[in-house]
Ligand binder design. Structure first.
Ligand SMILES: NC(=O)c1ccc[n+]([C@@H]2O[C@H](COP(=O)([O-])OP(=O)(O)OC[C@H]3O[C@@H](n4cnc5c(N)ncnc54)[C@H](O)[C@@H]3O)[C@@H](O)[C@H]2O)c1
Length: 359
């Protein structure tokens, strides 16, 4: 059964959860009519798995498939320029709609392309990774990277809809599931203690990607994000909470030039650093810290990384675009299932937190 949840904000849009990629056509016809022009943007790997299924259901429309190489490096202005040429060759116009079929990279790239092509055309996310289903397809952030920083060029540009087919998780490798799991554990810590319990109680089923458990996990996790972004679309307040673990994690990703540490690994180690700092401030107990660490370990996520100079990591954190008036803005857990944004952590406290995760 397909479930529908609406994301509120400047533009309300539906998430269809448990939908089938092979049944999108009927929805498009009902909502947008029969004469649509659709540009499917995907990557080579996802196309092999799912393009035929999607295109087979869109025969009544004029539909074109554009595949890009499978790499984070494709989130670039260079690729946007190539997409523009390809879209024009396909006679795309202001009524063309983009279907972003893939994980967070394709969602960010195709969404950003849609946000600027001819001053903005409509798009729909069809997220195929756990991370994109629970996180990146929700909230309307689209972006490409720039040599000076990740996601530096972007926009808040909500989709028309998100069409989530959880059966795509069947083909997703474990290390990519783990990237999404780091975000689900973050969602649990930010505001859902019951989700934390659920993950603790279903580690076995999650590791063998049990369909029903994965679906429930994804829906509970994405519901946290839906609630937060519906109340704070433009990240002026509580949406900041979703950065738990990310300030530390991004510093590690930058230090490794986005190659040695995956986003999920960075977030996992970042959660441990933030939780250690919270523990030293008395915001969580030693036992709660241990619970967090144990859950990450059970999900085979890293909790430490090879030693390196914490001062360099601190410098990366100083360049975080979330910082305000020269102060580092951090999110710290407060117990399990609650968190708070703080900008009064000293560099000394942050370095101590780094030392807890540097081997
Ligand atoms: N916009 C946002 O709010 C937001 C939030 C979080 C992350 N992001 C962005 O998301 C990106 C990471 O997304 P991701 O983790 O989904 O990575 P990804 O899009 O690179 O996908 C990971 C890998 O899985 C493959 N894949 C995708 N679906 C598959 C499937 N069903 N079966 C088998 N393989 C499949 C991809 O081809 C790729 O190799 C980053 O660029 C990050 O900046 C954006």
């Amino acid at each position: 059964m397909t479930q529908r949840i609406d994301v509120k904000g400047s533009q309300r849009y539906p998430l269809f959860l448990g939908a089938s990629i092979g049944e999108l056509g009927g929805y498009l016809e009902e909502r947008f009519g029969t004469r649509g022009h659709y540009l499917i943007i995907t990557n080579t790997l996802v196309a092999d798995y799912y393009a035929d299924k999607l295109m087979g259901d869109l025969k009544q429309f004029r539909t074109e498939l554009i595949t890009v190489p499978d790499s984070e490096e494709e989130k670039s202005l260079n690729r946007i320029s190539k997409l523009t040429e390809q879209a024009l060759r396909c006679r795309a116009d202001r009524d063309t709609m983009v279907l972003a079929l893939g994980g967070g990279v394709i969602g960010d790239l195709a969404g950003f392309f849609a946000s600027i092509f001819m001053r903005g055309i409509r798009y729909i996310h069809i997220p195929t990774t756990l991370l994109s289903q629970v996180d990146s397809s929700i909230g309307g952030k689209v972006a490409v990277n720039h040599p000076a920083g990740k996601n530096l060029l972007g926009a808040f540009y909500p989709p028309q809809a998100v069409w989530t087919d959880f059966s795509t998780l069947d083909t997703l490798p474990w290390d990519e599931i783990q990237n999404g799991l780091a975000e689900t554990i973050k969602h649990a810590l930010v505001s859902d203690p019951d989700l934390f319990d659920f993950i603790e109680n279903h580690t076995g089923e999650i590791k063998c990607a049990d369909r029903e458990v994965m679906k429930e996990l994804a829906i509970r996790s994405l519901s946290v994000k839906v609630k937060i972004v519906s109340e704070d679309e433009k990240e002026k307040g509580q949406r900041m909470l979703l950065n738990l673990g990310h300030s530390f994690g991004h510093a590690l990703e930058t230090d490794e030039s986005y190659k040695g540490v995956t986003h999920g690994q960075g977030v996992s180690i970042g959660i441990v650093a933030a939780a250690s700092l919270a523990c030293s401030r008395g915001l969580i107990t030693d036992m709660q810290l241990e619970r967090i660490v144990n859950l990450l370990l059970k999900m085979e996520l890293p909790i430490t990384i090879e030693a390196r100079d914490p001062q360099i990591l601190l410098n990366y954190m100083a360049a975080d675009k979330k910082n305000k008036a020269g102060s580092k803005v951090l999110v710290l857990p407060v117990g399990i299932g609650k968190s708070s944004v703080t900008s009064d952590c000293t560099d000394g406290e942050i370095i101590k937190a780094w030392e807890k995760v540097l081997k």
